[in-house]
Write a protein that binds this ligand. Structure first.
Ligand code: NAI
Ligand code: A1CAB
Length: 283
């Protein structure tokens, strides 16, 4: 902890693993007004270290130096890299430090097993729209995390979007829906742009039409508060063009495909959890 000019207690946050999601969190904190001198980050790729130092003026250091004196330690490495990282930082962590993991499928019990007894842990599933302050994150407390710890994580994440506190048992499903979700929507966008090109539109125009339609539809859904079925029905004139298109989507079992896709993502999250537990048990 350091003192600000106003005398307010200020905490140092260390972020370990500054890839796509790590940069998403770091850049959000900087946009939200965190002083870069309260942030420290690490990455094992030297080129990534140089990029982030140049972009945000954040001190980049080693994992062990980063956690020394940090009151919040945010872990944003791949699930497969978590065990090594935990064993590297465990001896240096402040006993009071809150450990926040953004890794898919690594449960709090596995994280706790790799850390000193009693270390507070919070698990998060975030998503990349946080890069434009429209993120969706869900958080779950480990066995030693208090409501204040959850509040600290909520403060960090609410700078870049919405946050829900959930039972940990929901997180595999959350991963399948909002964690991976942006990729499904980008996939739909890609498919619609290609279809526009197939129908004879210039690619730039097709892209503009699809992106604005996606954005406008999401905004209408949020601002109207209407159920998506009602909004879909309002577009679907009897015997019209939309009905013809939706019939094709039903014939091609797109709804069932979405269900299977999200079951597969949920299953993969569970498999990553099992692998992480196994790795931890055999360390
Ligand atoms: N990309 C996404 O949309 C989302 C990712 N996540 C989770 O975030 C985590 C990171 O994912 P991405 O950022 O996409 O991966 P990434 O591969 O872009 O970033 C991981 C970074 O960690 C670094 N790293 C690995 N081991 C390290 C170590 N021991 N010390 C320091 N740095 C180390 C790598 O060099 C890399 O830059 C994963 O666990 C993933 O499940 C969660 C939600 C969404
Ligand atoms: O694909 C993944 O495993 C990560 C977790 C959620 C989004 N990306």
């Amino acid at each position: 902890m350091t003192e600000t000019a106003e005398g307010r207690q200020r905490s140092r946050l260390a972020l370990l693993g500054a890839g796509v999601m790590g940069e998403t969190v770091l850049s959000g904190l900087v946009r939200a007004g965190w002083d870069p001198t309260d942030l420290v980050a690490t990455d094992r790729r030297p080129e990534r270290v140089a990029e982030l130092e140049a972009a945000y003026g954040i001190t980049m250091t080693t994992n062990v130096d980063a956690v020394a004196g940090a009151s919040t330690v945010v872990l944003v490495v791949k699930p497969q890299d978590m065990r090594g990282l935990l064993s590297e930082i465990a001896p240096t962590l402040d006993a009071e430090a809150l450990v926040v993991s953004l890794a898919a499928g690594v449960d709090t019990a596995t994280l706790e097993a790799g850390l000193p007894a009693g270390q507070p842990v919070v698990r998060v599933m975030a998503n990349t729209p946080a890069q434009v302050d429209e993120g969706m994150a869900a958080v779950a407390a480990g066995s030693s995390a208090t409501p204040d710890h959850l509040e600290r994580v909520r403060d960090i994440l609410s700078a870049t979007g919405r946050v829900e506190v959930v039972p940990e048992g929901y997180l595999d499903a959350v991963t399948a829906i909002s964690g991976s979700g942006p990729a499904y929507l980008f996939f739909v966008v890609e498919a619609m742009i290609e279809a526009g090109v197939h129908l004879g539109l210039p690619r730039d125009l097709s892209t503009e039409l699809v992106v604005q339609t996606m954005l406008g539809s999401a905004k209408l859904l949020r601002e109207s508060g209407e159920h998506p079925t009602v909004l879909r029905e309002r577009v679907t004139s009897p015997g019209g063009t939309t009905a013809a298109a939706l019939r094709e989507l039903e014939d091609h079992k797109v709804r069932a495909a979405f269900l299977s896709a999200m079951e597969a993502a949920r299953d993969r999250s569970q498999a990553l959890a099992a692998a992480a537990r196994d790795q931890q048990a055999h360390r």
